[in-house]
Design a protein around this ligand. Structure first.
Ligand code: 4IP
Length: 252
C-alpha cells in the first residue's frame, strides 16, 4: 500500500462525522454514558499509536473494540475490510458486533463530532441529548447540553430557601423535591425566560443567580462560584439560541 493510499485512508477516517480525534477511552465512556443511548457509537484514536477504537454504548456500559489498519486492510474483530468505504458500508448498515462475553451490540446512532458547543464548556461537560430516532440529531429537537444538580432556591410566597434537584434539558428547567423524584415541582419553559444573571443583592447568600420571568423572578444558588457560573452560562447559551430562532418571551 503506497503512502498516498495510506494518507487518503487517514483523511477518510478524519472526515467521518463520528470520528473524535481528541477523545480518549475515559472521555468516550463519559460522553456515551451521559449522553448516549443503547447503540450510540464513536470512533476515536486508540492508545496504541496508529490504531483506532470503536466505543459503543451497550446498555449501561461502554464497550471498546479495536480497529487496526494494517496498511492493506482494516482488522475489526474477526472481520477485515479493504477500504474505509467498505467499513462505512458495514457500519451504516447497522451490523451487530459481538463482545468477548458473547453479547451482541447494535451500532445505531453515531455520536457526532460537529455539534455546536458553547465555548465555556469543555468536552466532558458538554452533553448531547440523543433522541432515539437518529434522524432527529439534525432536527430542531436535537439540542446539546443538559445539566443537572442540586441548587438551593428561594420560595415564592414564603421566602424559604429549599434545596432542590434541578434538571436542565433542551429548553426546560425542572426542579424536583429530590434527585429520584419522578414528578417535578415545577417545569420552567426557557422560551418565557427574560434573563438569567448572577445576583449579589441577597445578603448572606453567595453564588446566587436569578432567572427572570414576566410573572416571577427565581433566585437560586449552588455551592460554588464555578457551578453557578456554569448554570448561568449554559442557560444564557440556550436563551441566545431561543432568541436567534426568533422567539421573544411574551410580556417582556
Ligand atoms: C414554600 O415555602 C417553598 O419555598 C416552595 O418551594 C415555594 O414554591 C413556595 O412558594 C413557598 O411558599 P414553605 O416550604 O415554607 O411552605 P418548593 O416548591 O421548592 O418546595 P415554589 O413556587 O418556589 O416552587 P409559592 O409562591 O409557590 O407558594
Amino acid at each position: 500500500m503506497c503512502k498516498m493510499a495510506n494518507r487518503s485512508m487517514t483523511n477518510k477516517i478524519k472526515d467521518l462525522p463520528w470520528y473524535h480525534p481528541n477523545v480518549d477511552r475515559h472521555t468516550a465512556e463519559s460522553l456515551l454514558l451521559q449522553n448516549g443511548v443503547d447503540g450510540t457509537y464513536m470512533l476515536r484514536d486508540s492508545s496504541k499509536l496508529g490504531d483506532y477504537a470503536l466505543s459503543v454504548r451497550c446498555d449501561q456500559a461502554v464497550k471498546h473494540f479495536p480497529l487496526t489498519w494494517t496498511g492493506t486492510v482494516f482488522k475489526f474483530g474477526h472481520g477485515e475490510f479493504s477500504s474505509v468505504d467498505e467499513l462505512l458500508h458495514h457500519f451504516t448498515n447497522k451490523p451487530l458486533i459481538g463482545s468477548e462475553s458473547g453479547q451482541m451490540t447494535l451500532l445505531n446512532y453515531p455520536y457526532p463530532r460537529n455539534i455546536e458547543e458553547p465555548n465555556v464548556y469543555d468536552t466532558i461537560r458538554v452533553h448531547a441529548e440523543f433522541s432515539t430516532a437518529s434522524e432527529n440529531l439534525k432536527g430542531p429537537e436535537f439540542s446539546i447540553n443538559s445539566k443537572e444538580g442540586y441548587l438551593t432556591k428561594l420560595g415564592g410566597l414564603f421566602k424559604t430557601w429549599r434545596i432542590r434537584w434541578f434538571v436542565l434539558q433542551k429548553n426546560e428547567l425542572r426542579y424536583f423535591k429530590d434527585k429520584f423524584d419522578k414528578h417535578p415541582i415545577r417545569a420552567l419553559d426557557l422560551h418565557e425566560c427574560t434573563e438569567c444573571e448572577r445576583d449579589s443583592s441577597i445578603k448572606g447568600k453567595f453564588n446566587v443567580f436569578r432567572l427572570g420571568f414576566a410573572w416571577r423572578t427565581f433566585y437560586m444558588y449552588s455551592s460554588t462560584d464555578q457551578e453557578s457560573n456554569d448554570w448561568v452560562q449554559l442557560i444564557n447559551w440556550k436563551l441566545r439560541r431561543i432568541r436567534e430562532a426568533g422567539y421573544l418571551p411574551r410580556n417582556s
